[in-house]
Every structure is written in structure tokens, then in C-alpha cells.
Write a protein that binds this ligand. Structure first.
Ligand SMILES: [Zn+2]
Length: 292
């Protein structure tokens, strides 16, 4: 089975408030074990977390060995104060504070650095992100600082501007990457940057009643078209489901993501699909490991 290259163990895929209540007065070990068990039940042996601010992913890493899982975590994600990212990490007002947070990741023995450089997809209409992308300078400096400390960088980015700036600054992986263009894909292919599109987060919302299904389908179609285009262009790809996000269960999230890849790339043989996905995952496993 493939690894899960983007999960948030502190969330449960059902109710964000409830999950926060679970951990806010100390990590709820029973809940962590429940989620790790969900991965083991799906024969998933590798999980890369996207961070939280309760120390849940750190505890998960300590316990993961008991479940036969190699667990990697950035501890918390880093975002710019006043911008998206509060729910999964800590904020910095200045680039100097970014540096301090990166050093905190090192002290906490994080495996890599996760940064947030754009908003999230708004499901109220097509083509909408929750906020403006960070300035190019911030994006490149955040990545440079993390690299200088010896860390690989996982970048939460949506929109062509955010993704293009991040890839050019040397991002090691791009997460989500909605609304990108061919220029972004060419840059990812050229730089060997792994794209983890997390398409299941949209697909699983279709029919749930929270959003307009026509809008969801339009967004889903865009994601599928981009995946197909990225495949053609030779972009390194890996499976991540954003497990823990609304309607995305731990364990099964990645199985559904794989099914989406298979449907979208139906003209590709299973061997070829698996070979490329394994290569993308191997690259992530190799690069996103604790620096010396
Ligand atoms: Zn995430």
C-alpha cells in the first residue's frame, strides 16, 4: 500500500471543534492510537503529517512504531501572522520570527518544515481562494530560511502565483496546488518538486449537503484536468489526502485518493501509475527526513 503523504492526525475528519476539544488540554492518546490503528488497518506504513499546535503529531510519531508506521512531522506549520494557517501551526510577524520558529522545529526534533503561503479553496464559488497569496519575497525567504537550517520544505500553496513562487524558491513539495497553470507544472517537472494534490478533499464533499454540488463538481473537474496535465508533463506526484480534514478519514482517505488518480489517469496502465506514484513517495520519504 502507498504511504499517506499529507495527514493531520489531530483532526478526525468529522468535527474540527470536537477534535480540538480532544487535545486542547493535553494530547488525547486514545484518539491518537485510534487513528494510527486506522492506518495499520489499511496497511499504510508511512505517514507524513502536516502539523498541529497541540503536539499531537509528535506524540503520534513516538507511538507510530508500535503500529509499524514510519511517521514524519513538521511539529507545527509556520504561517505569516494574519494569514491562513492558524489551525495547523504557529505564526510569525517577521522573517526573523520565521527563523526562530524554524529553530524551534529543530529543537523539537521536527523532520521537516511546513509553511503556508496561500489561503484555501473556497467552495462558495469557482476560482475563489480565501485570501491573497503572500508576497513572492516572503515565500522565497521562508523557504530559504528553512533550507539553510537543513530542512526540506512542504509548502501549502493554492493558486498559480503562490505555487510558481514556491517552486522557484526550491520548495520540496507542493500541497493542494489548486488553480495552477501549465507554467507551474513545467516548473515542478523541471525542479523535481513533488506535487501532492489532495483531490479527495473536494471529491468527498460532493453530495454532503454543505456546499453547492455544481460548484464542487466544477472545482473537482479542474483538479482532475490539472492532474492529467501534470502527469503528461512529467511532474513528480505523490498520494496525500489531507486526512483529518472534513469528510476525509484517516487510513481510507489515501485509498480514495488513489482511486481518483486511477479514474483520472484511466489511459495509463496500473503498473505505470504505481511506478510513478512510488517514485514520488520514495522521493518524499528520502527528502523529508530529520537533518543531521
Ligand atoms: Zn494540510
Amino acid at each position: 500500500m502507498f504511504g499517506e503523504c499529507h495527514a493531520h492526525l489531530f483532526m478526525d475528519g468529522i468535527n474540527y471543534r470536537g477534535a480540538v476539544n480532544d487535545h486542547k488540554n493535553g494530547v488525547n492518546i486514545a484518539r491518537v492510537r485510534e487513528h494510527l490503528q486506522a492506518y495499520r488497518a489499511c496497511k499504510i506504513t508511512y505517514v507524513r503529517d502536516g502539523g498541529d499546535h497541540f503536539g499531537v503529531s509528535l506524540r503520534a510519531r513516538e507511538l507510530a512504531g508500535e503500529y509499524g508506521i514510519t511517521y514524519r512531522t513538521p511539529v507545527f506549520a509556520i504561517h505569516r501572522e494574519g494569514h491562513y494557517g492558524r489551525i495547523v501551526g504557529k505564526s510569525a510577524q517577521t522573517l526573523q520570527e520565521v527563523q526562530m520558529l524554524v529553530q524551534e522545529v529543530r529543537r523539537s526534533r521536527g523532520d521537516f518544515v511546513k509553511i503556508m503561503v496561500s489561503g484555501i479553496v473556497e467552495y462558495s464559488g469557482f476560482g475563489i481562494l480565501s485570501e491573497e497569496t503572500l508576497e513572492k519575497e516572503w515565500i522565497s525567504e521562508m523557504i530559504r530560511i528553512a533550507h539553510e537550517e537543513g530542512f526540506a520544505v512542504m509548502v501549502h500553496a493554492n493558486g498559480a502565483d503562490a505555487v510558481f513562487a514556491a517552486v522557484h524558491a526550491g520548495a520540496d513539495s507542493i500541497e493542494h496546488g489548486n488553480y495552477i497553470d501549465r507554467e507551474c507544472m513545467a516548473a515542478m517537472a523541471e525542479n523535481g518538486c513533488v506535487w501532492v494534490p489532495t483531490i479527495v478533499t473536494t471529491k468527498n464533499l460532493i453530495g454532503c449537503g454543505r456546499y453547492d454540488d455544481d460548484v464542487l463538481r466544477q472545482i473537482y473537474d479542474m483538479e482532475c484536468e490539472n492532474l492529467s496535465c501534470a502527469w503528461e508533463m512529467g511532474v513528480p506526484l505523490a498520494l496525500g489526502s489531507d486526512a483529518g480534514a472534513y469528510m476525509v478519514p484517516h487510513g481510507r482517505g489515501i485509498i480514495r485518493e488513489y482511486e481518483i488518480f486511477s479514474e483520472v489517469l484511466s489511459g495509463v496502465s496500473k503498473d505505470e501509475l504505481d511506478r510513478r506514484l512510488q517514485a514520488g513517495e520514495m522521493q518524499i520519504r528520502r527528502v523529508f527526513a530529520q537533518p543531521e
